[in-house]
Design a binder for this molecule. Structure first.
Ligand SMILES: Cc1cc2nc3c(=O)[nH]c(=O)nc-3n(C[C@H](O)[C@H](O)[C@H](O)COP(=O)(O)O)c2cc1C
Length: 169
């Protein structure tokens, strides 16, 4: 069976909470959690399917740790791996940089040769600009706990269902 690793920063509290919810939606024995604070090159190379998550901070930047990992990430060979990204942001507070971290991660994993999966619709969100958007779609799952927390469970469930399908293809 293919192995799935779920990478996120345990120091970013809301992201960590969402990461656990995503793991539970898959079934805890199906997905390993790897804190990015402790992640090494071999951890990324070890898994066939990767789920990576981050919030956006500092007006459109990744939080520390992810930020520091990017130069190493882009130098890896992750060809053949299917990567799904989730991101947290605040569309009302940061409408010009909404979940930019998703776009930064997408660029890095593509540079490393990975295939991105798990794109979602931008319908139902209200913002001006985002690096997470390509061809009118988000490059992953986008969650806004500040303004749309009531939609989080439904969005996670639909995304996990979508990933199971895309990873089987
Ligand atoms: C100082 C600061 C800067 C932020 N910058 C952005 C931003 O540029 N874009 C965005 O979408 N959200 C931004 N946010 C919102 C966070 O991404 C959001 O609150 C997220 O849920 C935090 O998750 P975490 O606790 O896992 O880091 C910012 C929040 C703070 C406190």
């Amino acid at each position: 069976m293919k192995k799935t690793g779920l990478f996120y920063g345990v120091n970013t509290k809301k992201t960590a909470q969402i990461g656990k919810q995503i793991q539970e939606a898959f079934g805890t024995d199906q997905v390993d959690i790897v804190p990015i604070e402790e992640a090494w090159k071999t951890d990324f190379e070890h898994y066939d399917n990767l789920i990576v998550g981050a919030s956006t901070w500092f007006d459109g930047e990744l939080p520390t740790y992810w930020d520091e990992l990017i130069p190493e990430l882009v130098s890896l060979d992750l060809s053949g791996k299917k990567v799904a990204i989730f991101g947290l942001g605040d569309q009302a507070g940061y409408p010009d940089n909404f979940v930019d971290g998703v776009g930064i991660l997408a660029d890095a994993f593509e540079l490393a040769g990975a295939t991105l999966v798990g794109f979602t619709s931008t319908e139902g969100y209200d913002f001006n600009k985002s690096r997470a958007v390509r061809n009118n779609q988000f490059l992953g799952l986008v969650l806004d706990l500040e303004n749309q927390s009531d939609l989080t469970a439904k969005r996670i469930a639909a995304w996990v269902k979508q990933l199971k399908k895309e990873w089987a293809e």
